[in-house]
Design a protein around this ligand. Structure first.
Ligand SMILES: *Cc1c(COP(=O)(O)O)cnc(C)c1O
Length: 371
């Protein structure tokens, strides 16, 4: 049967040309002109002074936390509903993750829960722009300022998203991006940290390259990491980045088409974009309320039978063995628990066609009607 994948990327002609050029040049490792070009272009796009490439989004988060000085005994606040890399990066630093519940409409971290969970040990707040919708940054930045805490945005899913006119990734002390194959800009595997802070940027560059002493090469005073991106990946990223405007336009028209086609189905909640926000719909995420005739799992299985691939929402972190040592009995995450059971996302890749979107819509209408 003809099937519709949940995510198929588009690799542009420019990207292919640049990768071939990087190969021709012989600069296949982490030195080479595409690294500088990609970092400069990405920094300019986000509107930040520095952009530092890494091996992936997880290492970008870890590098940023290490650069911000997060260490044993520090607490880092993250949403309960996010990709596991967020908690892993904190644990690599030996620090303590502190989980917060999320907002029901955008699935992003709830600033009221952040306020409750700030302590003297809180070093960083890490909001995540989930599925391409910005977190409530003004509230978060105000809390951080009031308590002298750094903010690290996880913008892995939100290249080009905007919050009150500001770019996601340009609001916190630093931000981390991922360029995994399903992200809006991809380098295959890859990541980036962006910041305006010169001192932090220099520190990140040193740490990601094994912390060579600035004065003496092969001399090391602290633990570093090898988080260097290759020139080949940067070439791919630069080529992809040149098309970001059309990628974002495609995400917008995809979401509009889905939302128009899925209107009026009882119990099916289409994504909400808050006023003053630009959602980039990294994934077109829906929630099935109690009035929908099928459970989320039965719904997904019915789509699968028709060759349509979907994905569950994240499991809340607090329920996973990995996070158990950091969750207290009194901690409650009712919103994360609820949407995690009811949510899924539809095929949303850049390569999706209007005809495929219409096929998905028709399938959902048929499934809802005949249940
Ligand atoms: C993809 C993703 C990451 C991790 O990026 P990788 O490149 O896969 O390591 C981190 N956070 C969020 C929210 C993500 O979606």
């Amino acid at each position: 049967m003809h099937s519709i994948p949940v995510n198929a990327p588009v690799i542009t002609a420019a990207a292919k040309r640049y990768v071939a050029d990087a190969m021709e040049s012989g600069w296949v490792s982490s030195a080479g002109s595409y690294i500088d070009k990609f970092e400069a272009a990405f920094a300019a796009y986000i509107g930040r002074k520095h952009a530092i490439t890494t091996t992936n989004g997880t290492s970008a988060l870890h590098l940023a936390l290490a650069g911000l000085g997060v260490t044993e005994g520090d607490e880092v606040i993250i949403p309960d509903f996010t990709m596991v890399a967020c908690i892993d990066a904190i644990l690599y630093c030996g620090a303590l993750p502190v989980l917060c519940d999320i907002e029901p409409e955008t699935f992003t971290i709830d600033p009221r829960d952040i306020e409750r969970k700030i302590t003297k040990k809180t070093k960083v707040i890490m909001p995540v722009h989930v599925y391409g919708h910005p977190a409530d940054m003004d509230e978060i930045l105000a809390l951080a300022k009031q308590h002298g805490i750094a903010v690290l945005e996880d913008a892995a899913e939100a290249h080009g998203a905007k919050y009150r006119g500001r770019m996601c990734g340009a609001m916190g002390d630093a931000a981390a991006f991922s360029f995994y194959g399903n992200k809006i800009i991809t380098t295959g595997e890859g990541g980036m940290v962006v910041t305006d802070n010169d001192v932090l940027a220099a520190r990140l560059r040193r740490l990601k390259d094994l912390a060579h002493s600035p004065e003496r090469r092969f001399w090391h005073e602290e633990i570093g990491f090898n988080y260097r991106m290759t020139n080949l990946q940067a070439a791919l990223g630069l080529g992809q980045l040149e098309s970001i405007a059309s990628f974002l336009e495609r995400k917008r028209t995809m979401a509009q088409r889905y939302s128009a086609g899925l209107q009026g189905i009882a119990g099916l909640r289409t994504p909400i974009t808050k006023d003053d926000c630009e959602n980039v719909f990294w994934m077109y995420a829906i929630v099935l309320d109690a009035t929908f005739p099928l459970s989320r799992d039965a719904f997904r299985a019915a789509l699968k039978d028709r060759g349509i691939d979907t994905r569950d929402f994240f499991y809340p972190l607090h329920g996973m063995p990995l996070a158990a040592p950091f969750v207290q009995q009194k901690d409650q995450f009712p919103v994360a628990d609820d949407v995690a059971l009811r949510g899924c996302y539809l095929p949303s890749g850049l390569a999706i066609t209007d005809a495929q979107i219409d096929t998905v819509i028709d399938a959902i209408r048929t499934i809802a009607r005949s249940a």
